[in-house]
Design a protein around this ligand. Structure first.
Ligand SMILES: Cc1cc2nc3c(=O)[nH]c(=O)nc-3n(C[C@H](O)[C@H](O)[C@H](O)COP(=O)(O)OP(=O)(O)OC[C@H]3O[C@@H](n4cnc5c(N)ncnc54)[C@H](O)[C@@H]3O)c2cc1C
Length: 511
């Protein structure tokens, strides 16, 4: 290795790990990426079954700017690797009372549609105000929270250096102490429209009643930057990153479970794999769940420190992959079939810790955009229902059959899909236990750690470990959080911090 470059191990090939590998390699470091699974991409996996192709995990891609930045690190154009199609309307919403509305990208058009949907409630004006607030929260997040290795408030705001009236105004604008649900309802009174806006927090697997108002910023990101479909499915994002990583010389080691991180005098010096191989590295990026990284790969006092912090896993979920012989013409690419009562639903998932009796179902029906997902006229229907993270008494091998029926009944009742059972020709599923086992997450969590806590709920373990020198964290359970754009940003931040530390160490040696 030259003085300015390091040997780097990336543990885990999810989108966060892949992003960290690409950025580290683009900055000149020698990267080896390990994943316990035979495939790379983690939750962004693909399922091929009898002529149907299903994205198994993420389906909604937002903020493609993050991907563009990763490709530009290597002097490449994203458009040479990925064909992105903008979807507008973004979601079709089916409510329990039989009403429907489409979420449109354009704020003025959406506000007009809301006024027609809920006349006399000033919904349109409320939505404009909500989006203005959301934009402001996003701008503040951009200054203090994004693209930086943050662990807590002290990393974001240098109180002594920055406590000027502008910063104080920003801190006050964060509406600390207010929840997402409360903020939405202070602007938009119609309960159905509020329920639709609540669902931006489902991107991070958290209750809108328990999440801090700053998460309202997600609404602005989606309105301003759109919802996108990568032709070939979200799996195409993984394929594009694998191609870039290969061109940059990243070595892939699939089917290799990392059992521990070797630490000497407080610094990470290598890894030990399940077949007892010991490999030395200058720096390590862990894309494994951050809490499990500290508890299982680092251990000792550091592991106990993070156990005591009591981070709560985000929600889990059940996914049905249904190959239909005939598609439904009344569905959009993305659809939400809402529960009868959001408070009841979120209370079950996030407080009682039991599946909701009348859940919201998210549907992806991609054949309208990409005919290659199914045999002609058919549909690769994907239905996701959020459930609580795994509790000790949850046995999904017993719980699944009854809950599958709850989901199908909901689609029949609320989304006009009465004949769904007769259209199914292929069926597979994913339960919280499957998610736990396949991706080595915390209690089956889909989205890393919950963002609960009206003051500090947005903070996660930071990307540059404070406890172990040379260890960096990327992924949904690290800063800035879950979802495709955020985990890829976390990979960028981890690699950027690593690169800065290697260069600073070199400068110290030279001077
Ligand atoms: C059903 C579902 C639907 C979703 N829908 C969306 C959506 O529509 N839009 C969106 O933006 N996001 C969505 N998400 C969330 C999104 O998929 C995740 O936030 C993101 O893909 C997680 O990336 P990650 O970098 O945290 O890594 P993960 O995907 O969690 O991958 C981590 C990898 O690390 C490996 N690993 C862990 N420990 C070790 C070890 N010790 N040794 C070797 N390998 C190890 C695992 O095998 C895994 O491959 C969804 C997720 C799921 C499951």
């Amino acid at each position: 290795m030259s003085a300015q470059t390091a040997s780097v191990a990336v543990i885990g090939g999810g989108l966060g790990g892949l992003a960290a590998a690409c950025v580290s390699a683009a900055r000149g470091h020698a990267v080896t990426l390990y994943d316990k699974n035979p495939w790379i991409g983690g939750k962004a996996a693909v399922l091929h079954e009898d002529g149907f192709r299903f994205d198994m995990g993420p389906t909604i891609l937002t903020v493609p700017r993050v991907l563009e930045r990763i490709f530009s690190e290597a002097g490449r154009n994203l458009s040479d690797y990925l064909d992105l199609v903008r979807l507008d309307p973004q979601w079709r919403c089916f409510f329990d009372d039989g009403s429907r509305i489409d979420l449109q990208e354009d704020i003025a058009a959406m506000a007009d549609a809301m006024d027609r949907f809920a006349p006399g409630t000033k919904a349109g004006e409320g939505y404009r105000q909500f989006q203005a607030l959301s934009e402001n929260l996003h701008n503040i997040s951009n200054r203090f929270f994004f693209w930086k290795p943050v662990e807590d408030l002290f990393d974001t705001i240098n109180i002594r250096a920055n406590m000027n009236p502008g910063t104080l105004r920003d801190v006050l604008s964060l509406r600390m102490g207010s929840s997402v649900a409360g903020t939405i309802r202070s602007k938009v009174k119609d309960e159905r429209l509020a329920q639709m806006l609540d669902h931006f927090t489902q991107y991070v697997g958290s209750s809108p009643y328990g999440s801090p108002a700053v998460l309202c910023a997600i609404a602005h990101m989606q309105a301003a930057e759109g919802v996108w479909y990568p032709m070939g499915g979200t799996r195409a994002v993984v394929e594009a990153l694998i191609k870039l990583a290969g061109e940059l010389g990243v070595i892939f080691r699939p089917e290799t479970d990392v059992q521990s991180i070797h630490i000497e005098s407080g610094a990470a010096t290598g890894i030990v794999t399940s077949n007892r191989d010991v490999a030395r590295y200058d720096s390590i990026v862990s894309n494994m769940d951050s809490i499990r990284t500290y508890q299982e790969l680092v251990g000792g006092d550091v592991g106990e420190h993070y156990a005591r912090k009591d981070f709560e896993p985000a929600c889990s979920g059940v996914v049905l992959y249904l190959g239909l012989k005939q598609r439904y013409d009344h569905l959009l690419h993305h659809d939400f079939v809402f529960s009868r009562d959001p408070e009841e639903e979120f209370d079950f998932i996030y407080r009682k810790g039991e599946p909701a009796p009348d859940p919201t179902c998210y549907i992806a029906a991609p054949a309208v955009t990409d005919a290659s997902v199914a045999p002609e006229g058919g549909e690769a229907l994907y239905v996701l229902v959020h459930t609580p993270y795994l509790r000790p008494h949850h046995d999904w091998s017993q719980m699944f059959p009854a809950y599958r029926q709850v989901i199908l009944d909901k689609l029949k009742r609320t989304a006009g899909m009465e004949d769904i059972e007769s259209r199914i020709v292929v069926e597979r599923h994913l339960t919280p236990q499957d998610i736990h086992d396949r991706y080595k997450v915390l209690n089956g969590a889909i989205y890393g750690l919950a963002s609960h806590g009206k003051f500090m709920g947005a903070f996660k373990p930071g990307n540059r470990s404070r406890q172990v020198q040379g260890l960096y964290l990327a992924g949904g359970a690290a800063h800035p959080g879950p979802g495709m754009p955020m985990v890829m940003m976390s990979g960028w931040i981890a690699a950027d911090a690593l690169d800065a530390d290697v260069k600073a160490a070199t400068m110290r040696k030279v001077s």
